[in-house]
Design a protein around this ligand. Structure first.
Ligand code: 13P
Length: 283
């Protein structure tokens, strides 16, 4: 099935009281693993690539692979540029078939972030492409992860409202105590802040740094307007654990076999996320 504009999936999620999991995928096998589980569970899903994944394949090729794999499955999905770091990369992704784009200027001054996202909306909207912006800044929980450079700063309600007014973005990533990467201690999500944002801003909200968030917190966040939850670290960890356990048990790593096992581990993680977000059976 063709990729849909991401906003269609997020609007359905908001109306239905669930969230759509959004997975960072870096190759055809990971895309296939995610879409196979989504299709089996009748769950809408978002595939994401960003500068990190583009070190494996450039956007044009990544998009071509994603479109080919998605074409094999009859399940609603979107292809999203995650943490785009320049207007040029956003334009490239629009040109090569992404159905949603994020320009992450969240660690730049407010005026620069808002002006840049306004331009992205002007560029994307005529093509029916969804735009995600971020206000406040979601940093890192560890030193490994690629996303979230610099310290976190929480989303301020007045700034978020002004940002919406100035940019017209379709979806808003919020910083409420979440962080990218492997949490070394449990995150303390600020639900009062989220509730205030949710009751003042009438668009789907996005939670970055999904990996490692307790299930009860995820459910509360979804009840307070989170319609998209980003996941990367748990997929990478599942893959790395498979590779390392093979190596540590003294068996040789034979890529076609070992990577096949890693995909099974990725599928188990993806399956869990569809259940936790309530996305199962929603497509
Ligand atoms: P995690 O790696 O913590 O799951 O976060 C992923 C993410 O937010 C990508 O944008």
């Amino acid at each position: 099935m063709k990729f849909l504009p991401m906003i269609e999936l997020l609007n359905d999620a908001r109306a239905g009281g669930y969230a759509v999991p959004s997975f960072c995928v870096w190759n055809a096998e990971a895309m296939n693993a995610v879409l196979r589980v989504a299709s089996d569970l009748r769950a809408p899903v978002i595939l994401m690539n960003g500068p990190c994944e583009f070190s494996v394949l450039e956007p044009e090729l990544m998009s071509a692979v994603a479109h080919t794999v998605a074409g094999r499955y009859n399940v609603s999905s979107a292809l999203h540029l995650d943490h785009g770091d320049s207007p040029e990369l956003v334009k490239t992704c629009i040109d090569v078939g992404y159905t949603s784009v994020m320009l992450d200027y969240s660690n730049r001054p407010f005026a620069e972030n808002a002006a840049a996202l306004r331009k992205v909306v002007e560029m994307a909207r005529p093509h029916g492409i969804t735009v995600e912006g971020e206000i406040g800044h979601v940093g890192k929980a560890d030193t490994m992860t690629m996303e979230g450079e610099g310290d976190s700063s929480l989303t301020q309600l007045d700034e978020a409202m002004e940002y919406m007014e100035q940019t017209g973005v379709d979806a808003l990533a919020v910083s409420i105590g979440n962080a990218h990467g492997q949490y070394t201690r449990l995150p303390k999500l600020d639900f009062t802040r989220l509730e205030q944002i949710h009751s003042s801003i009438n668009i789907p909200l996005v939670l970055h740094g999904g990996s490692g968030t307790p299930e009860t917190d995820l459910k509360t966040a979804i009840s307070l307007g989170i319609a998209k939850i980003n996941v990367a670290t748990e997929l990478v960890t599942a893959m790395m654990k498979t590779l390392l356990s093979q190596q540590n048990s003294g068996k040789k790593i034979w890529p076609p076999i070992t990577l096949g096992k890693a995909n099974n581990a990725i599928e188990a993680v993806v399956d869990k996320w569809f259940h936790v977000t309530g996305a199962v059976g929603r497509d």
